[in-house]
Design a protein around this ligand. Structure first.
Ligand code: CP
Ligand code: NVA
Length: 317
C-alpha cells in the first residue's frame, strides 16, 4: 500500500462546511488532490479505500457530484451506493438521525446532497462514520476545493489572487468565500441588492482573511470586478428556487457574464469559472463559456481528484 500524506492537522470526522476547516487542512487536500491526479494520469493505481463503501444520499438532482463521487470510490478500490431520497424510507418520514445510525452500520462514509443544511449537521451528529456535504442550501464545500485546485493549476499560485463571484450570494458563493479567506484569495461578491451572501459568512471571512491577507468585498456594482484574476458565476435560481426563476431573470439581467463583463476585469488572462450546470444565455453567454479563458470542464474534472483527497483523508484511517 503506498504511503499517503495525512493532510489534517487535527482529527476531522466530517466535512459539512469549509467554515471550520483550517488553512493547513485545505492545503493538504489540494496537495493530495494534485498528487492523486498525477498518479491517475500516470496510470498508477491508488487503492487507499479498498473494501470501503460510501452511501450517497441525494435529495436533489446531480450529474457531477453523483458521478465524481462514485468514480472516486471505485478508483480508490471501494464502492458507492446511490440512494435517492424518493426511494429511501427517509422520503416516507424516517428521521435523519435514525438513517444516519443505520447507514453507519453498513457503510464507511456518507455523502449527502440536501435542501436544509441542518440535515447535513444532523447526519454528522448521529453518524459514527464521516459525513461529507455534497451541497446544501448553505454551502458546497467539495466544489470550492475543486475550484481552488483548478485556480492553482492555471495560475500556479493562490495567495494574492482576487476572485470576483458575480451573481447570487448562494451556497457556492459561501464556500468560495470560506475557502478564499483561508487560502489567501481575496473574494469580491457582486450581486443585486437583496441577494448578498449571509452576513455571518462575510463576517467570518473578514476575520479569517486577516490571517492570510485575503480581502472580502460585497458590491452591487459590476465595476467591482476590475483587477480580478478569476470571474466566477452560478445559476441565478438554485435547486429549490424554481418558482423564482422568472423574477430572478429580471433582477439579475445586468449581472450576466458576457464579453463586456470579462473586459471590465482589465485582464486578458482572467479565468472564467462556473460550478455547472450552466444556464447558457442567462448567467453566462456561450462566447464566454466556450472561450479559451473558460476552465469550467477542468473544474468539473477536479471534483473527482479533490473529492478523492477528501475521501482518503476522512475515510482512510
Ligand atoms: N457542480 C455540481 O455540483 O454539479 P451537479 O449538480 O451536477 O452535481
Ligand atoms: N447553486 C446551485 C449549485 C448547483 C451545483 C444550486 O444549489 O442549485
Amino acid at each position: 500500500m503506498p504511503t499517503i500524506t495525512k493532510p489534517t492537522t487535527k482529527t476531522r470526522k466530517d466535512l459539512t462546511s469549509l467554515s471550520d476547516v483550517t488553512t493547513a487542512e485545505l492545503q493538504g487536500w489540494l496537495d493530495l488532490a494534485l498528487k492523486l491526479k498525477a498518479e491517475k494520469k500516470a496510470g498508477k493505481a491508488h487503492s487507499h479505500l479498498a473494501g470501503k463503501n460510501l452511501a450517497m444520499i441525494f435529495q436533489k438532482s446531480s450529474t457531477r457530484t453523483r458521478v465524481s463521487f462514485e468514480i472516486a470510490m471505485r478508483q480508490l478500490g471501494g464502492g458507492a451506493l446511490f440512494l435517492s431520497n424518493n426511494d429511501m424510507q427517509l422520503g416516507r418520514g424516517e428521521t435523519i438521525s435514525d438513517t444516519a445510525q443505520v447507514l453507519s452500520r453498513y457503510c464507511d462514509g456518507i455523502m449527502a446532497r440536501v435542501f436544509a443544511h441542518s440535515d447535513i449537521t444532523t447526519l454528522a451528529k448521529y453518524a459514527s462514520v464521516p459525513v461529507i456535504n455534497g451541497l446544501s442550501d448553505y454551502s458546497h464545500p467539495c466544489q470550492a476545493v475543486a475550484d481552488y485546485q483548478t485556480i492553482l493549476e492555471h495560475k500556479k499560485k493562490l495567495k494574492g489572487l482576487t476572485l470576483a463571484y458575480v451573481g447570487d450570494g448562494n451556497n457556492v458563493a459561501h464556500s468560495l468565500l470560506f475557502g478564499g479567506a483561508k487560502l489567501g484569495v481575496s473574494v469580491t461578491i457582486v450581486c443585486p441588492q437583496g441577494y448578498e451572501p449571509q452576513k455571518s459568512v462575510v463576517d467570518q471571512c473578514v476575520v479569517d482573511g486577516k490571517e492570510t491577507g485575503a480581502r472580502v468585498l460585497v458590491s452591487n456594482d459590476t465595476a467591482a470586478v476590475k483587477g480580478a484574476d478569476v470571474i466566477y458565476t452560478d445559476v441565478w435560481a438554485s435547486m429549490g428556487q424554481e418558482k423564482e426563476h422568472a423574477e430572478r431573470l429580471r433582477i439579475f439581467k445586468d449581472y450576466q457574464i458576457n464579453a463586456g463583463l470579462m473586459a471590465k476585469t482589465g485582464k486578458k488572462d482572467a479565468l472564467f469559472m462556473h460550478c455547472l450546470p450552466a444556464h447558457r444565455g442567462e448567467e453566462v453567454t456561450d462566447e464566454v463559456v466556450d472561450s479559451p479563458n473558460s476552465v469550467v470542464f477542468d473544474e468539473a474534472e477536479n471534483r473527482l481528484h479533490a473529492q478523492k483527497a477528501i475521501l482518503v483523508s476522512l475515510m482512510g484511517r
